[in-house]
Design a protein around this ligand. Structure first.
Ligand code: ATP
Length: 630
């Protein structure tokens, strides 16, 4: 969910951020170095075209006294003389018309080239940024995921990167060419007639005032639009993914009203934005035309008294119109700049996020992979001193099965997460084959584990892809053998397309039991030393239940196994049962040992529930057992 604070816009220009952004252009500096002169050249040629129209009037249509000819017209006239004399007016306008056309063809080619170069660069930079961001996301610890909504991460990768692209392409190009045009025009205007140039600039303070007014309001509403849009996105994300709950609890009308409110807020702010735009553009147009009117009045007078050529007046009028374009542009680009800076700030924040779970510089490696686990006085909290595990110690010998039993929130899942080093312990040590998990190379450590969760994650792709998860060394035969071993093969073959059928929408078309079977087959195909199993608590039909049961049994052979147990059969078979209560180990031993304790927690649990649910235990009732407070 995107948070409103996500959308806070700061400065339109931040030197520190801009410098860091520039480093992304470094690999493409050749392209940018080529594009910049192209942009300047294009703007220069456009100015030249204005001069050509002036020369056409002054040299051929209505020539003024020779001393009133502008610099460019004089240069052009000298050019004609050198080539054998000034042509007749009819030919002259044809020549200038052709020159004009030629110039425009060049402008076309230059614009095409510069667009390819810069927009292409923008795409390269976007690609690099996304790659870097995704790589970072893949390395960030799970604690980051606990506190960051998925929607916000997606925004970093999509719209934030887009905002930066816009800065690199349209923002940068327009800004550069606008600056060249403004400076060029001003120079020409003053060269042609400084008095008229001053008159035409009279309206500039007015323009500046209008622009400042617009910028102030537009950037406020722009920010507000983004915030409210973020609210819509967050609302939609939450409600579309939770539609089943909305429908089940008949909340459609209420949610409809809630959506109406945020949708309306979004509409209102957009209408306010439209108001500012509706005032700004005509106002700028009006004031620039006021400038043109001044030029016509003052310049026209100068033409009549013979102090200004008609060509020069025409040049001024055209220049006026071109002059205000950059001013309009710059106020518009201000938003792009501001949004890009804010996006850069957020993207860099992710990239600078410390990686708290990393491999040590010189990792240790156990001599042999046996699959021994040891927790030594482990204390762990997700946050501060909110202990989720307190002084937990136990040992699992290679090949043994340990069952974790305890009420919901007792800390069972936390134990398995720590084992795979998704989090680091605050005190104590976790050892795998005698080596502290923090001393392992992370890849090596995680290679030890196979995990079967209650609701296994399936990715887009075929069933085979999902079993293999990209591991090329798992052959087709091994894959099928694994599926056969856990008896998933039969149901896979019944699917239209078998192993090649596409898993859609994260496996929504498969039942929970089928997904479990797939997860078991996947675990077996990877042949891990240590298996972590979170038994399903959802109701599964008894046939699938039996299949899963026997699959698990096969999977346990020759492996160390940590089971978050919900079934009596699993608990009974375990070599060791750990009874957790509020993060502490209260009892430990085999089923026989624990039921023998007269007032033990496990015994109470067993007498209350487990016994009733045998044999065979229904997953749902077993779940209720373990999840009720002990
Ligand atoms: N990612 C997390 N961030 C903060 N607190 C967490 C997180 N995961 C679990 N907790 C808290 O840690 C405690 C132990 O949770 P854990 O998931 O280990 O329990 P559990 O025994 O596996 O429960 P269940 O049987 O319901 O899965 C709970 O109080 C829970 O609220």
């Amino acid at each position: 969910m995107s948070q409103p604070d996500d959308e806070v816009l700061g400065k339109a220009y931040d030197h520190r951020l801009a410098r860091r952004l520039l480093t992304y252009l470094k690999p493409y500096r050749g392209r940018v170095a080529l594009a910049i002169p192209l942009i300047a050249l294009t703007a220069g040629f456009e100015l030249l075209a204005l001069n050509l129209t002036m020369a056409a009037i002054d040299l051929f249509l209505l020539p003024p006294a020779p001393e009133r000819l502008g610099l460019f017209s004089r240069l052009l006239a000298a050019g004609f003389e050198a080539l054998g004399g000034r042509p007749a007016p009819m030919d002259g306008v044809a020549v200038i018309g052709s020159l004009y056309l030629g110039l425009m063809v060049v402008v076309f080619a230059l614009t095409y080239w510069q667009t390819l170069l810069l927009n292409g660069t923008g795409q390269f930079v976007m690609y690099d940024l996304r790659r870097e961001l995704f790589a970072k996301f893949q390395r960030l610890p799970l604690s980051y995921y606990d506190r960051t909504p998925i929607g916000r991460m997606t925004t970093r990768l999509t719209s934030d990167v887009d905002a930066l692209n816009e800065l690199f392409t349209s923002g940068f190009v327009t800004l550069l060419s606008d600056v060249v045009v403004l400076v060029g025009l001003l120079t020409f205007l003053f060269l042609v007639n400084w008095k008229l140039a001053l008159v035409s600039l009279v309206v500039v303070p007015l323009l500046a005032a209008i622009t400042a007014w617009f910028r102030r309001h537009a950037s406020r509403t722009y920010r507000e639009v983004r915030t409210r849009l973020a609210r819509i996105n967050a609302f939609l994300q939450e409600h579309l993914s939770g539609m089943a709950t909305v429908q089940l609890f008949n909340r459609e009308a209420r949610e409809g009203q809630a959506f109406e409110a945020i949708n309306d807020a979004h509409r209102q702010i957009n209408i306010e934005t439209i108001f500012y735009y509706a005032v700004f553009y005509p106002a700028i147009g009006f004031v620039s035309n006021l400038g043109v009117a001044l030029v016509i009045w003052y310049g026209g007078g100068q033409v009549l008294t013979g102090t200004l050529s008609l060509g020069a007046l025409f040049f001024f009028i055209q220049a006026m119109q071109r002059f205000y374009e950059p001013i309009q542009d710059i106020s518009e680009k201000y938003n792009i700049l501001q949004a890009a800076m804010a996006a850069a700030e957020r993207v860099f924040k992710v990239l600078d996020e410390p990686l708290v779970i990393t491999s040590p510089p010189a990792p240790e490696r156990p001599a042999v992979m046996r699959g021994e686990i040891e927790f030594r006085n482990v204390w762990f909290a997700y946050k501060g001193e909110n202990w989720v595990l307190r002084d937990v110690s136990f040992r699992v010998a290679p090949g043994q099965t340990v069952a974790l039993v305890g009420a919901t929130g007792a800390g069972k899942t936390s134990i398995t997460s720590l084992l795979m080093r998704f989090y680091d312990v605050q005190r104590g040590q976790i050892l795998v084959d005698g080596v502290d998990v923090r001393e392992f190379d992370l890849t090596e450590l995680r290679r030890y584990f196979g995990v079967v969760l209650q609701d296994p994650t399936l990715f887009a792709g075929t069933i085979a892809d999902n079993l293999r998860l990209g591991a090329k060394d798992i052959s087709e035969d091994r894959l099928i053998a694994a599926a056969q071993e856990v008896q998933a093969d039969a149901f896979i073959r019944r699917l239209p397309g078998g192993y090649q059928v596409e898993v859609k929408e994260r496996g929504a078309t498969l039942s929970v039991g089928q997904k479990q079977l797939l997860a078991l087959a996947r675990a077996l195909a990877f042949d891990p030393r240590i298996l972590i199993l979170d038994e399903a608590t959802a109701s599964i039909d008894s046939e699938t239940e039996a299949l899963i049961q026997s699959a698990i049994e096969r999977l346990l052979v020759g492996r160390t196994c940590v089971v978050i147990a919900h079934r009596l059969s699993t608990v009974r078979r375990a070599d060791n049962i750990i009874v957790l209560h509020r993060g502490e180990i209260r009892e430990m031993g085999t089923h026989q040992e624990l039921v023998a304790r007269a007032d033990g927690i496990y015994r109470r649990l067993y007498e209350l529930q487990y016994r009733e649910s045998t044999p065979p235990p229904r997953a749902a009732s077993a779940a209720t057992v373990v999840r009720s407070p002990v």
